[in-house]
Design a binder for this molecule. Sequence first.
Ligand code: SF4
Length: 449
Amino acid sequence: MDILDKIRILSDSAKYDVSCSSSGSSRGSIKGGVGNAAAAGICHSFTADGRCISLLKILMTNFCIYDCAYCQNRISSDVERAAFAPEELITLTMSFYRRNYIEGLFLSSGVIVSPDHTMELMIRIIKTLRQRERFNGYIHVKVIPGASSHLVHEAGLYADRVSVNIELPEETNYKALTPEKNRLAILKPMKQIADNIMENKEEKRISRFAEDFVPAGQSTQLIIGATPTTDGKILSLSQNLYTGYHLKRVYYSAYIPVSTNKLLPQLTAPPLLREHRIYQADWLLRFYKFTAGELLREHENLDVNVDPKTQWALSHMELFPMEVNKVSYEMLLRIPGIGLTSAKRIIRARKLASLTYEGLKKMGIVLTRAKHFILINGKYHGNFAMRPEFIYEAISEKKDQIQLSLFEEIDHSLSSLNASSRDIILDRQNLSQILADQTIIRKSLGGDF
Ligand code: SF4
């Protein structure tokens, strides 16, 4: 088989792995070396279904002795197979890099012979790249579950980032869908890597000559929608991985139906919107100090029609509206439509002058959402009288909502409105009373909202 065929087969097989971010590495250039992970990381491109892939995101081989039901490379799958010899992949990486096609390598593989044998071949590739070719670009390598701990450690010495894919969020699904793997075989190397990273940080603190160990941290991937696992359980698992294993990222991959296995759902399309909402919730865990339990209970799913922060806010209307001129930074972050950057801008700007509606707009606050949850100098600019069901209708991203055409006439009289709209208008007349109630609630809670 010629090299072009191998590239075609093995880069296509790698596209289902989404944990390819190159962020977080600060490996600079070296004298006489090739590559620099600090500047750009891996070059990304996007497949037709919106997935991010890098130009050299590739499998060493798609042969596999395992039979994971959700994977197109499983032993029972009838796909075209190929394998690179380590030297072929080294030459390919270097020549792609020299031609400026790529900024790094994302190397994964099916399991051949045994986890240790596969891991040894992968280590040979990345070690030769670093030591013989003096390749200093970004390398992300997959750890093969079940590989010996000394091999896991060795891989971490040459890679910027490593990842061990959990894939199935619940242990109960392993036996039926991936009988050769178990949760312990995945969590064990993850824990080892987490411990080794901490030790390496300590060594580097003592000596600047200490060698790097996985400087960009570790990540994992969870498949969304292949099992009945709820979003609540998925977020709870992610939270445990961030806190217990210090993961840099948990990636979520909407299940793409690649199998007719009766244990797997026969989807017509991957649940990409659900995947997107889980990413948004993950962002809230990592940067907005939300906990998984605050966002969802374990048996619940995210509402795909609104973002998770709005979903949370709508079920905590007793905390709103918050006065943007007074509320703390932490609580600003809980207001839908206000992000990390805009919250910082608000804190800075209000030291100089009182904030106005126009001023907030200029700061980039998404007022179409935020106005339903804030007061600006005591004034409420929302138009649904703090009624969560109407706010939900107004800001949900339902695709089936009927949109008026530009030339449709609108009858503004109260009698022409449907019952809900009339309710809204009548409710607005009660708004001052509602705001007064909010003030009492805030005082009774004693918080700085
Ligand atoms: S071990 Fe990896 S490559 Fe092999 S079948 Fe399972 S998921 Fe696919």
